[in-house]
Design a protein around this ligand. Structure first.
Ligand SMILES: [Zn+2]
Length: 145
C-alpha cells in the first residue's frame, strides 16, 4: 500500500472542496470506510462541541464511541473501533504538519460523501427538534414556576 503525502495547504484545499462548515468536514475510516465528521462525533457523545471532538476527527473511527467492534473483512456500512494511534499503520494519507514531519490522517471524503452526511445530520437534527417540540421541550420555553 502506498502512502500519499500532502502539504497542509493541500489538505485544507481538499477539505474546502466539500464546501461545508468545519463541523461537517468529512473523513473516511481506512478500515471500515465509514464517512464521519465532527458532528458525527458530537452525536455519538464523544464531546459536546467542535473543540471537544476535534482531536478525534480523521484519526479515530467514530465507532470507538459507539461500542463498535473491530472492522469486518468487508465494509458493512457501520463504523469500527480503528484508530491511527495503534501499532499497525494501514492509513493511506499523511499530512505535513511541520517541515518534514508527517501526520497520518484518514482519507478525506469526497464532496458528495461529505454533503450526503451533512444532509443526514441536518435531517436528524430537525427530526430531534420536532420531537422536542411535540413533547414541549422547546429550547426557548420558560420553565413554569
Ligand atoms: Zn472504522
Amino acid at each position: 500500500m502506498t502512502i500519499e503525502k500532502i502539504t497542509f495547504s493541500e489538505f485544507q484545499a481538499r477539505l474546502k472542496k466539500q464546501g461545508l462548515p468545519k463541523e461537517h468536514l468529512a473523513f473516511k475510516c481506512p478500515m471500515c470506510g465509514f464517512v464521519q465528521s465532527a458532528q458525527t462525533f458530537i452525536c455519538a457523545g464523544a464531546g459536546k462541541d467542535f473543540g471537544a471532538v476535534e482531536k478525534y476527527i480523521g484519526f479515530s473511527c467514530v465507532g470507538r464511541f459507539t461500542g463498535a467492534g473491530s472492522s469486518r473483512k468487508e465494509p458493512d456500512g457501520k463504523p469500527c473501533d480503528w484508530t491511527l494511534g495503534g501499532l499497525l499503520s494501514l492509513h493511506e494519507l499523511e499530512v505535513e504538519v511541520e517541515d518534514e514531519r508527517f501526520q497520518p490522517v484518514f482519507e478525506i471524503a469526497s464532496p458528495a460523501e461529505a454533503q450526503a452526511l451533512f444532509v443526514l445530520h441536518t435531517a436528524s437534527a430537525k427530526a430531534q427538534k420536532s420531537v422536542d417540540e411535540a413533547l414541549g421541550f422547546s429550547s426557548d420555553a420558560q420553565v413554569a414556576s
